[in-house]
Structure formats: structure tokens, C-alpha cells
Design a protein around this ligand. Structure first.
Ligand SMILES: C[S@@+](CC[C@H](N)C(=O)[O-])C[C@H]1O[C@@H](n2cnc3c(N)ncnc32)[C@H](O)[C@@H]1O
Length: 307
């Protein structure tokens, strides 16, 4: 995530984990505006290679401009995290030295009027879209129209929305919801406990996660990443909400443990050995960074090295 001044989140701790060295091959699986990628490319030098991936064609165009000075050391690919393995193989590589995932949205996407990511926008006629790739898939408005009330409650529960059944009922009663304003109006009379985040923020976030299938994307990408890393290769993941961070945490713990047999089994039957060593366990940004870039406040950084 970046500010208007293009400040990549937790860039120094990310670089300490990724530790890019001249001539290495690194994947930035969520290249965004290219903020982290630029710093990685500087460390890789002209003999290194960075593959930047993003599912949002608009972000890729911006990354292309930003990273042009690095010439042939960078290639950009329009793809989803779930296709990480195919992208790497397509580039003719078997193994890479590092993989970065900086999940979620760039501030440029949130601020882009017309995409429907933000519930704070004052415009009345912003379509309720929320797709990171507007060339494919179902919009949030279409998703809401398709789901029945219990399915919608389940989606909201998974996104950490309080009183999900009450919210689902309120949304269903106001269908069709075509604009962000329709969604805000539908939420206006639902009395919800106010937690750390405004309830409407959580509803918008839960919808966005579902529209973009974000948690399944992440799970597939983590599985691929561990297979693609060369021995000694580094993985760094920045997440921005608890559902995402929990999945990363559980995945890394499983890969560090290796064996997945039930603890009461006298001897290992699965034969799995540890593939990762954890080097960062949910590190938050330091307070100075949050002051400079408030959107970094929910970031959590996890990292691991491949055995
Ligand atoms: C937080 S921004 C990355 C910012 C970037 N690190 C920088 O410094 O500019 C996340 C980016 O990942 C992209 N993204 C999110 N989920 C994705 C997925 N499943 N597959 C591919 N790209 C994804 C978004 O479109 C967005 O551009």
C-alpha cells in the first residue's frame, strides 16, 4: 500500500527479509505502483531480474512508467496471485531467490473514483464495482444480487462484520444496490457496535475480499511460493486485515513444523519435513511510519527462508 507520495509500506524491514543481492531473481507478486520493486531492482543491479505481477491493468501501466529506468531487468505480467507458478514457469524459471506479496489495495486504487472501493466517497453515483481487474468477474453489485440472505451473512461473518445476519437482512431488503451510496444508505439504519473500524468500512472490506476471491488467491499463492523458492530463498508477506494475516501465520507455522500428523500419533506418518524457517512473525510498522502514512497502520509483516 502506498501514499500519494508513493511510499511503499515497511520498505526497510521488507528489504531486510528479502535481502536482494546483485544478479538474483525476485518476484514482486503484487507490484502495484512499483514502490517496493524499485528498491529491490536497485539492489539487484543490471544482472538481476524482477518479475512484477498485478491483476489490475491500471496499476501495471503505472508500474511500467515507474520502473522504465531499469530496462530489461524488469518484466511485468498481468496475472493473479493464484497463477504465480505459471507466471514463473512462463518466464523460463524453475526457482527464484525471493518472493514479495504486499496484499490488498494500493491507495491509488482506493482513491480512484468510480471503482467503488471506498465508502467515504461523497459522489452519489459511484458504481458498486470493487473488482481489482475490471476486465473480468462479477461486480459487488452483481454478487449482492446473486447471494441469498444466509450466504450474504456468511460472507459478512468471514469479513469480521459484527451482527452479520442483521446486516445481511438490511442489505437484502434494499436490493438492488447499484452504487456505493445505495450500500451506505442500506447500512444507515442498522445499529451496529462500533469497534476499532467503522462497521461500514468492514462491510465494504468484506465485499471486496469476496468479489476478488482474495483469501483463496492468497492460499494458492503461498503454496506455490514455497515450491518456487530456491534453497535459501526468502518470502515476505505484508497483510492488512486479520483474516489475511491469520492465513499467512498458519501457513508459515505449518511449513516450519513440517509434520502434519495429529500430536497423539506415536510416530510421524506423513513424512513431511520443514520447508521454511520463520524470520518475521507479524511485525507492525513503527509509529513514525504510521504518522507519515496512516494507511500503513494495519500492516503486518511476516517472513520466512526456504531450507
Ligand atoms: C498494496 S498494493 C502493492 C503496492 C506495491 N508494493 C508498491 O510498493 O507499489 C497491492 C497490489 O496488489 C494487487 N493485487 C491484489 N491482489 C492480487 C492478486 N490476487 N493477484 C494479483 N495482484 C493482486 C493490487 O491490484 C495492487 O496493485
Amino acid at each position: 500500500m502506498m501514499t500519494a507520495a508513493h511510499l511503499p509500506v515497511m520498505v526497510e524491514p521488507v528489504l531486510r527479509i528479502l535481502n536482494p543481492r546483485p544478479g538474483e531473481r525476485i518476484i514482486d507478486a503484487t507490484v502495484g505502483l512499483g514502490g517496493h520493486a524499485e528498491r529491490i531492482l536497485r539492489a539487484l543491479g543490471p544482472d538481476g531480474q524482477l518479475i512484477g505481477i498485478d491483476r489490475d491493468p491500471r496499476m501495471l501501466r503505472r508500474a511500467e512508467e515507474q520502473l522504465r529506468p531499469f530496462g530489461g531487468a524488469v518484466s511485468l505480467v498481468h496475472a493473479r496471485l493464484a497463477y504465480l507458478r505459471d507466471v514463473v514457469k512462463g518466464a523460463g524459471l524453475e526457482r527464484v531467490d525471493g518472493i514479495l506479496m504486499d496484499l490488498g489495495l494500493c491507495s491509488a486504487q482506493i482513491d480512484d473514483l468510480g471503482r467503488g472501493f471506498s465508502f467515504r466517497q461523497s459522489e452519489r453515483l459511484v458504481p458498486l464495482d470493487m473488482r481489482m481487474d475490471q476486465e473480468q468477474g462479477e461486480t459487488a453489485s452483481e454478487l449482492l444480487a446473486r447471494l441469498d440472505e444466509p450466504e450474504l451473512a456468511q460472507l459478512l461473518r468471514a469479513g469480521g462484520v459484527p451482527a452479520p445476519r442483521r446486516v445481511a437482512r438490511a442489505l437484502h431488503a434494499r436490493l438492488p444496490l447499484r452504487t456505493t451510496q445505495d450500500l451506505r444508505d442500506a447500512l444507515r439504519n442498522v445499529r451496529l457496535p462500533r469497534r476499532r473500524h467503522h462497521p461500514a468500512t468492514l462491510v465494504f472490506q468484506a465485499l471486496r475480499i469476496a468479489v476478488n476471491n482474495e483469501l483463496q488467491e492468497l492460499e494458492q499463492a503461498l503454496e506455490s511460493a514455497v515450491e518456487l523458492l530456491a534453497p535459501g530463498g526468502r518470502l515476505a508477506v505484508l497483510s492488512y486485515h486479520s483474516g489475511e494475516d491469520r492465513r499467512v501465520k498458519e501457513f508459515l507455522a505449518r511449513e516450519e513444523r513440517g509434520c502434519i500428523c495429529p500430536p497423539d500419533l506415536p510416530r510421524c506418518g506423513c513424512g513431511r519435513t520443514p520447508r521454511l524457517k520463520i524470520v518475521a512473525r507479524g511485525k507492525p510498522p513503527n509509529p513514525d511510519e504510521v504518522l507519515r502514512n496512516p494507511r500503513a497502520r494495519s500492516a503486518r509483516l511476516r517472513g520466512a527462508v526456504r531450507w
